[in-house]
Design a protein around this ligand. Sequence first.
Ligand code: DUC
Ligand code: ZN
Length: 456
Amino acid sequence: MKTLLKNGSVVSGSGVIPADVLIDGEKVAVVGLDLAAGGAEVVDCAGALLFPGFIDGHTHFDLEVAGTVTADDFATGSRAALRGGTTMVVDYAGPDKGDTLAYGLSRWQKKAEGAACDYGFHMTIDDWNAGISDEIQTMMDTGITSFKMYLTYPAMMIGDRDVYHALCRLREVGGITGVHCENAGLIDALIEDAKAAGKMGPGSHPRTRPDGAEAEAVSRLLRLAQAADTPVIVVHLSTAAALEEVRTARRRGQKVYVETCPQYLVLTDEVYDRESFIEGAKFVCAPPVRKKADQEALWQALANGEIDTVATDHCSFTLEQKERGREDFTKIPGGLPGVEHRGVLLYTAGVATGRISPAAMCRVLAENPAKLYGCFPRKGVIAPGSDADIVVYDPAVRSVIRGSDTIGAAGYTPYEGIETAGAIRQVYLRGSLAVDDGKVLVSGGGRFIARGKTAL
Ligand code: DUC
Ligand code: ZN
């Protein structure tokens, strides 16, 4: 089966060129001007930008959090992802403390069986011992070349000594890890203070997770990485202060990769002070959404290439689940839905406002995650031989984001009411039309993508 995408403009990390794209089976066959149909089905893409399928390097599907399970599993989350132009996710798999990585992987392989988009796994290191050290190599051999560690959350954090040991092991095998950076002790103390003062509502959430708690943890992580002499990824970086710590480490000569998320680019922390409990609870995630000045610093860093990727940290809960924290903000399950809107938000708030170019959008949503997570050029670029994962984006359409229009299982969106510049016309996953005019045409069919080493 051949498809010819005609008259569009192909976006790569280095620019935008007018070109047709011939898809043959699952692969891109030719990119060039005035290509002949030669029996292919022709799709007119006039006026549209053709982006490589977006890669979301940070999702949590079917994850147990705070005594409940995320609203989206792989079946619903991956369909929402496709609708948002994301053709591949890298989800956080993991064992419970005390289990082997192999056991954690087998659980996630089962969970992912219903995925509609392609997927990989980061493996969470929530324990450190000789067995896990050995298993790191097994994971690498299985195509799981990226890992995750936490500097907060007692159920998952392993402490500075073991973070250092794990980083040394990753250097030996050529793996890379993302790290959740917040200072656990400071957060615990601030929560105690808030509770003692009777401040039990969602407004206490950002106040007990201040920017300094993130910046301190980023600084500490980067010193540990310096001692281990290995690159690391700071995931969901949310503040100007944390960015400064990254700059300092880079000036020392360290390789540091940075991810941020749409919630830190388009929302600000007044959302937590809304009148009703549920209006604030909707936005509870960690790190919390921040101040306007942080948002501006992140946009500048995106524009000048200091931030490498924009992922979602999609971790969705229904409003009923958020109700669990009505009497105590620490019991609100933390996380936001995002996979359905990452592309349109970045285009609307970034490209359409002139903050970033389409090429920069392509880098942070597709090309850089593909390189960082070892699947470039199979993914992350529209070029002969690459998987034909393509987002046909029409910049001329105007729309409004509505929770009632989402297909994700949370049933609401934190981006309610945002007017969008542009919309996704079609999404192709390995050459097959997966989304047409907002309708997801597939369920299941996603493939595990074994990944190689970082090449960014
Ligand atoms: N932050 C969240 O808000 N939820 C899940 C994990 C995380 O880091
Ligand atoms: Zn996360």
